[in-house]
Design a protein around this ligand. Structure first.
Ligand code: NAP
Length: 332
């Protein structure tokens, strides 16, 4: 058995039957297993139990940078730490990734759930993704369109039955600094360089979000819900201060899950050794020594309180695994 506590950012003490650290594509050719789970740093997973299969850790490294007209093409290994890559890019004045600064995890994991922060989603920056299909034993390349990016989703997340190992990611980035300053907190900024923007983003995150090195967590636990205009009007009649954001689809509006959880009285609460974060209720934390069932029970409680208060069922963003593999929240 292999301890997974350093491979899940909740820091839960669970184990896997076996664990293989993958450092090259050639190594993947030799892997022929029934039950596998691919992890980077495990910053978006919740284990409800020990895992009965083999965990593959993506540690394929290497960064290549080349010019392509006014852009840069940056091809890097799936095991490269996302924030270390961003630090290297801003030091060379290559921009586009700054709003994703200080997000824990690896580059290979980032496109799976199309991570996003402060108005930038990684899917928008992807040129192509190289991945290894562990069942068919073929290396494939998808362009951005084939990756089917959507809000916290992608082809790689939706095709749960196929074990697809992201080996390399190519990003199309800018040589000219053209920052996205659409979000509160960054809107007021006038950054002169990618480095300045990155520094500010990291500062903003530190103010509201717990550092998983210090407090176990998996970032946002729930997705922001999207509601119809009728539902929005019903809520606005009751809550004049309801934060609302437009979506790309007319008639659909995004609400802030953290705000709903807070209003439902669930910010800073504790169940056993798990709790919701005092500065951002959307984050569930391990207060020290939490057991998987405590995190699950707390999340269920938050979900039912928000449903009772607003008639909205929050959908978890974190992926849940039991002994056999990934399960849906409804199967818990
Ligand atoms: P925040 O700024 O307090 O905003 C709360 C929510 O309102 C966010 O979830 C955000 O939605 C939405 N929002 C704020 N300004 C918006 C705008 N101008 N246009 C559209 N939507 C807007 O959020 P926070 O907790 O400090 O987080 C800051 C950013 O980091 C957010 O973008 C958040 O998604 C991201 N983040 C991601 C994770 C993760 O695990 N994936 C964890 C923590 C934070 P969006 O979430 O859709 O951006």
């Amino acid at each position: 058995m292999h301890d997974l506590s350093s491979y899940n950012s909740f820091g839960l003490h669970v184990s896997a039957q076996d664990l293989i650290v993958v450092q090259s594509e050639a190594q993947l050719d030799e892997i022929d297993l029934e039950q596998v789970l691919i992890l980077g740093k495990g910053s978006d997973v919740l284990f409800t139990d020990d895992y009965d299969g083999t965990v593959l850790i993506d540690e394929i490294k290497g960064v290549q940078i080349e010019r392509d007209g006014p852009d840069y093409l940056v091809r890097a290994g799936g095991g490269v730490v996302l924030d270390e890559l961003i630090a290297e890019l801003v030091s060379r004045n290559i921009s586009g990734m700054e709003n994703l600064s200080a997000i824990p995890g690896t580059l290979g994991a980032a496109p799976v759930q199309n991570i996003g922060a402060y108005g930038v989603e990684i899917g928008d920056l992807i040129e192509e993704i190289e991945f290894y299909d562990l069942e068919r034993h073929v290396l494939q390349t998808f362009d951005r369109e084939q990756c089917a990016f959507a809000y916290r989703s992608s082809y790689f997340k939706e095709h749960k039955s196929d074990p697809l190992f992201i080996s390399r990611v190519t990003l199309r980035l800018n040589s000219v600094f053209d920052p996205d300053l659409s979000y509160k907190g960054v809107r007021e900024l006038d950054p002169k360089s990618p480095y300045e923007l990155r520094t500010r983003i990291a500062q903003l995150r530190r103010q509201k979000l717990p550092d998983p090195q210090e407090v176990g967590n998996a970032g946002s636990f729930f997705k922001n819900p999207v509601v119809t205009e009728d539902k929005l009007k019903e809520l606005q009649a009751r809550y004049s201060d309801l934060p609302v954001y437009r979506t790309a689809q007319p008639g659909l509006y995004k609400l802030a899950a953290g705000w709903l959880i807070d209003k439902a009285g669930c910010r800073g609460i504790t169940h056993g050794h798990a709790g919701t974060w005092e500065h951002q209720a959307l984050v569930i934390v391990n207060r020290g020594g939490a057991r998987p069932h405590e995190i699950v029970a707390l999340a269920q409680y938050v979900r039912s309180e928000v449903a009772n208060a607003f008639g909205i069922l929050l959908e978890p963003e974190v992926r849940v695994y039991n002994r056999q593999g990934e399960i849906s929240w409804e199967q818990l």
